[in-house]
Write a protein that binds this ligand. Structure first.
Ligand SMILES: [Zn+2]
Length: 730
């Protein structure tokens, strides 16, 4: 009974381990690349020959590389953290420790080789390859061999997430992200074989989920691919399909394994009676090989070690330059890690409600003196940070902090942009400070009545904050010369992808988004007789012929001072692409290139302080979207335009110091509203009547309905048209 329980327990553990192992995408990517870049096949064949030659030469000269006291090869590497301040924001120390372990594996110093099964004990290879985080970057500056970049591509990773790459003939690039894109979903990591790296040097290297950085042999496995090792069953995607070979003598043919039970460890399916040359190799599969999927990886073989070392002597993809003494000097690979100043950094976190809960999104925008507060987190790196000092502009007095770990909270009293200052002090390397206008504090004084914003000058954006969250080329910006109707100022979202070559990785906007916020409006003073409140604006949009165009503009409203946002409308690509396709940067020049848009504000979101947020999602095929003539009114954009051109409504006398006469002709729709508003948009009189169709009407407007002298707007509205006239009461 006791034994049975034990067995069940151990098989449970194995199941969990098997599930934890995700696929390596190296071959999937490689095979796709070979289709797109056929020259890779030639490079691969040539490299294969060269490697075979090198290995044969070693054999005939009586030594087998990796087994003897061969020269140690030193290789500079660089780790790039592509993050969005999530779990993938791995600390420097964890990176140093991970690299140390990979290096252990590449020198056969990993303790778990003791568990290699008997048939393979004598075949454990020592690649004798030392991995060094570079201490000099490509510009000649001291570095710890780590870069960090905040990007939306951290959760949509693939080749495009390989930002800030260093030359592949000088460093092995290893990128870490949070999540792969759909094309690579299911993969834990993938790497470029040298033949692929030669064709696309800017993508050469390894990209991996950050959660796999410290996971046993994931990165050593990928480094195996970088040094031209195949999976033990050959270079196909999946194990357990067909017997295959990897061109290495002492890894017997195998189907490969996705789990690591006893059956897998002692599997002989493809390797019974396996002899290569004159050597009788084990008849067992090498399931514990690092180039397996079985998740009990413990070893490279002697042959694999030779093969990797041979790849480092080949010029393909600049691999031989990696280990050259010149390069080791250039990259500072053999120098001690320098003591550098910290790089101060912080993230804006989700806000915290007065009851303790958190906002649904990171809080960059809140009302002044809000009971919900902004939160920030210290993300300084590049040194052991011993001290930090936070300070904030625009706060209640004495709002400072020295918190190194955890969230620093604060509220802000004045409307406008707030600056956060963070000074990070390192251990014996001094301190460094950043100032960043990271958040916007909105005024709680709303606009009342109707509202127009034509964006004629940059100063109009004082209470329309724009956020470029990922600090890139895709962003909201003021445009001084392409506005509606023809040439005034406007705001545009720059979605045009200026990338002209794949190595300029500022491209690929898929996954990016940016916001522009409105000031607060008192909706109670707007709706008037129609009962509606509409966001009206004009857009001018266009696509490029590049790929599938799927830009969209989402409109949100908040009646909670930015605590929460409700989506009230989406303009999909079909709604905003009204100027076809243009492969150069789009800019409208005539009124006819603009399209009127209307979003009705739901009653539930109307308040005495309602904000709106426009969130743009660019895409690979996008071109610029222009946005102008924002109005908040009871009417929709189109009707207002008809009214501006109307001459059918007449008022007499005007100016008037007594009663006034109003003349108009009804149309086919006899139900008509008469609405009178003051200049702030406030309705002072509203009347609904059913008149005879197509009839000339005369109405008397009593002086007594006007509270004071001044300018008033008289509107005649039916379901087809709205006409507005100005009346001056003396
Ligand atoms: Zn692999």
């Amino acid at each position: 009974m006791k034994k049975l329980i034990c067995l069940i327990a151990s098989s449970l553990v194995l199941t969990v381990q098997a599930n934890a192992q995700l696929k390596c995408g190296a071959d999937q990517v490689f095979n796709q690349l070979k289709k797109n870049y056929p020259e890779i096949n030639v490079t691969e064949a040539n490299l294969s020959l060269a490697i075979q030659e090198a290995i044969e030469k070693e054999k005939t000269s009586g030594t087998i590389l990796g087994k003897t006291t061969a020269t140690t090869y030193d290789v500079p590497i660089v780790v790039h953290i592509i993050h969005d301040y999530g779990a993938e924001y791995i600390s420097d120390d964890d990176i140093f420790n991970a690299v140390k372990y990979w290096d252990v594996v590449f020198n056969k110093e990993n303790a778990d080789t003791i568990n290699v099964i008997a048939p393979f004990k004598r075949y454990i290879g020592n690649p004798q390859i030392r991995l060094h985080l570079a201490t000099i970057d490509p510009s000649g500056n001291p570095t710890k061999g780590i870069t960090r970049r905040q990007s939306y591509l951290s959760v949509n990773g693939g080749d495009n997430a390989k930002m800030d790459g260093w030359p592949n003939n000088k460093y092995i690039n290893i990128w870490f992200i949070n999540k792969f894109d759909a094309k690579h979903s299911g993969a834990a990591a993938y790497a470029y074989y040298p033949a692929a790296g030669a064709a696309l040097p800017y993508y050469d290297g390894i990209i991996s989920l950050a959660s796999y950085m410290g996971t046993d042999k994931t990165i050593p496995h990928e480094l195996g691919h970088v040094l031209n090792l195949q999976h033990t069953w050959g270079n196909t995607n999946d194990p357990e399909v067909a017997c295959g070979d990897d061109l290495v003598d002492d890894t017997p043919p195998t189907k490969g394994h996705a789990s690591c039970g006893t059956a897998a460890l002692y599997d002989t399916t493809c390797s019974r009676g396996y002899v290569k040359g004159s050597i009788n190799y084990p008849d067992t599969n090498n399931t514990q090989n690092i180039m397996e999927y079985a998740f009990c990886s413990k070893m490279f073989t002697l042959g694999q070690a030779s093969r990797m070392r041979a790849a480092l002597t080949s010029t393909t993809a600049g691999r031989s330059n990696l280990i050259s003494s010149t390069n080791l000097t250039t990259t500072g690979a053999l120098q001690n890690r320098p003591d550098l100043q910290p790089i101060p950094d912080f993230s804006v976190e989700r806000g915290i409600f007065n009851w303790g809960g958190k906002t649904t999104e990171r809080t960059f925008f809140l009302c002044q003196n809000s009971s919900t507060i902004f939160q920030f987190q210290n993300r300084s790196w590049n040194d052991t940070v011993t001290n930090v000092a936070w300070s904030f502009s625009n706060t209640p007095a004495s709002a400072t902090s020295s918190l190194i770990v955890g969230n620093v909270s604060n509220s802000f009293k004045d409307a406008g942009w707030a600056t956060i200052t963070l000074t990070a002090t390192g251990n014996n390397s001094g301190s460094k400070t950043i100032n960043r206008q990271a958040i916007y504090v909105a005024s709680t004084t709303p606009y009342s009545g109707g509202y127009n914003q034509y964006f004629t000058a940059l100063s109009d954006f004082g209470d329309w904050p724009m956020f470029n969250y990922y600090n890139n080329n895709f962003k909201w910006e003021y445009n001084s010369s392409n506005g509606y109707p023809n040439g005034s100022g406007c705001v545009r979202y720059r979605s045009f992808d200026a990338r002209t070559s794949p190595e300029s990785l500022s491209g690929n906007p898929d996954g990016d988004y940016d916001d522009i916020f409105t000031p607060a409006f008192n909706c109670n003073t707007i709706s008037g007789a129609t009962g509606n409140i509409n966001l009206n604006f004009y857009t001018a949009g266009c696509a490029t012929g590049k790929t599938v165009y799927k830009d969209s503009l989402q409109i949100f409203a908040s009646n909670t001072c930015g605590d929460s946002w409700t989506r009230i409308g989406v303009l999909s690509y079909a709604d905003i692409i009204n100027n076809g396709i243009l492969n150069t940067e789009f800019a409208p020049t005539t009124a006819s290139q603009w399209k009127a848009q209307t979003i009705t504000v739901p009653a539930s979101l109307r308040s005495d302080k309602t904000f709106f947020r426009f969130r743009y999602w660019p895409s690979t095929g996008g071109n610029n979207l222009y946005f102008d003539n924002f109005t908040l009114s009871p009417w929709t954009t189109e009707i207002k335009e008809v009214a501006q051109n109307a001459s059918e409504v007449k008022i007499f006398p005007n100016p008037s110091n007594g009663d006034t006469k109003l003349y108009f002709t009804t149309g086919n729709q006899p139900a008509t509203n008469l609405v009178i508003r003051d200049v702030t948009g406030k309705t002072i009189f509203a009347q609904s009547k059913v008149y005879p169709s197509n009839t000339f009407i005369q109405e008397d407007i009593q002086r007594s309905i006007f509270p004071s002298s001044g300018i008033y707007l008289i509107s005649i509205i039916n379901s087809e048209h709205s006409h507005t006239k100005k009346l001056v009461i003396e």
